[in-house]
Design a protein around this ligand. Structure first.
Ligand code: S3P
Length: 426
């Protein structure tokens, strides 16, 4: 699918976003192994979270929608059954990595794989700790999907994550639910803590002390009524659009503002962004609020260290923003970008070149000079949702019509992206 993006005079109005992708995956997986029904409002409409639901259905979980509410009948910790065929995680790294933690403990064998992009993503990072816990996992070339997981009774471990990854942390904590004692995970830097909050919400025993998380085995998880906050990583595209398109004023309602995700807002404010947060509340431990954004003159900035981990999904659209700042943007410590849905350093670089924008890249980062003009061009998603959306936003600031090839990739996290964009871009 090709989308044509016209330059916008301004971005105005109010938008509501589909539920947070990260939180949706976790709620669905925990609901399936809890006891009793869960009712989840504002579950992500993205294909990735749909893949999680299909995998859970394939293991016997009853998943249905009642109007806008997703209902999952929990089967209890030991109630899943062997899937008849290979579980399909589609494009979703979260599905395969997090669900593997549960699969590793089942008294059955399962296979889980996905599309071509997922099949190139490294799984050694989950295979290592799960093997240490006693699971047996075969992977293509030892580390790529599909994974064949022979579930086993699991041993509790103490594990130091070699890379900052909330998916890997989640995988181990989910496996820890089934272990024979307390499982301990140490993170190198703080990553998103939706798993910790969700586990508590469902009734698991978990403590967090700095970068160390301890989970008690075999809790009685109970089904819940939950509401998924709007996805801040999806909001990022509209926030950047409103900041760089002149005379814009936008409100995004009901967005997740979990402090382990909201570094985005602090970073943008440090660049001079006119952003206000209003109507803050809390649901199941997750902060939620409305965000008001106005066009702003932005200085440049540096993203490195722990900040890179906190902003990892937002870097493609922040690179676009960087070109519109006064002094530009530097991103360091971002080797992880190369193993996302695409090599995001390479795909950002290619689209920058097509739009006549300067960029320098390194194995683990990039440097975008500021004060640049966006030239209308034909860009490509390369099959990556965040690349499709980032360069559609760039198109709003370009000097003519921008053509985005492979725009359907946006539906992996945000199927309503183009209709929402059209509704606010004038
Ligand atoms: C996610 C963690 C991050 C992020 C991904 C979602 C999560 O991945 O990029 O989009 O929900 O835990 P890593 O764990 O690989 O850093």
């Amino acid at each position: 699918m090709t989308e044509r993006i016209k330059p916008a005079r301004c971005v105005r109005g109010a938008v509501q976003l589909p539920g947070d992708k990260s939180i949706s995956h976790r709620y669905a997986m925990l609901a399936a192994i809890a006891e009793g029904p869960s009712r989840i409002r504002n579950y992500s409409t993205g294909a990735d979270c749909g893949s999680t639901l299909e995998c859970l259905r394939a293991m016997g979980a009853e998943v249905r929608t009642e109007g806008e509410i997703l209902c999952i009948e929990g089967r209890g910790l030991d109630g899943l059954r062997a899937p008849a065929t290979m579980l399909d995680a589609g494009n979703s790294g979260s599905t395969i990595r997090m669900l593997s933690g549960i699969l590793a403990a089942q008294p059955f064998q399962s296979r889980i794989g996905g599309d071509e992009s997922l099949s190139r993503r490294p799984m050694g990072r989950i295979i290592r700790p799960l093997s240490e816990m006693g699971a047996e996992i075969d992977a293509r070339e030892g580390q790529y999907p599909p994974l064949e997981i022979h579930g086993r009774p699991l041993r509790a471990i103490e594990y130091r994550l070699p890379v900052a990854s909330a998916q890997v942390k989640t995988c181990i904590l989910f496996a820890g639910l089934y272990a024979d004692g307390e499982t301990v995970v140490h993170e190198p830097v703080r990553t998103r803590d939706h798993t910790e909050l969700a586990l508590r919400a469902f009734g698991a025993g978990l403590t967090v002390d700095g970068l160390t998380i301890r989970i008690q085995p075999r809790p009685r998880l109970r089904g819940r009524e939950l509401r998924v906050p709007g996805d801040l990583s999806s909001a990022a595209f509209f926030i950047v659009a409103a900041l760089i398109v002149p005379e814009s004023e936008l409100v995004i309602e009901g967005v997740g503002l979990n402090p382990t995700r909201s570094a985005l807002l602090d970073f943008l404010v440090s660049l001079g962004a006119g952003i206000r947060v209003l109507n803050v509340s809390e649901t199941a431990g997750e902060r939620v609020g409305d965000i008001e954004i106005r066009t702003s003159r932005l200085k440049g900035g540096i993203i490195e260290g722990a900040l890179t981990a906190a902003l990892i999904d937002e870097i493609p659209v922040l690179a676009v923003l960087g070109a519109a700042t006064e002094e530009g943007l530097v991103v360091r410590d971002a080797a992880e970008l190369r193993i996302k849905e695409t090599d995001r350093i390479a795909t950002v670089e290619e689209n920058f070149r097509r739009m006549g924008l300067a960029i320098e890249t390194a194995p683990d980062g990039l440097r975008v000079p500021g004060g640049q003009k966006f030239r209308a061009a034909e860009v490509d998603s390369f099959g990556d949702h965040r690349i499709a959306m980032a360069f559609s936003v760039a198109g709003l600031a370009a000097d003519g019509e921008t053509v985005v090839h492979g725009a359907e990739a946006a539906s992996v996290s945000f199927p309503e992206f183009y209709s929402s964009l059209r509704a606010i871009a004038e």
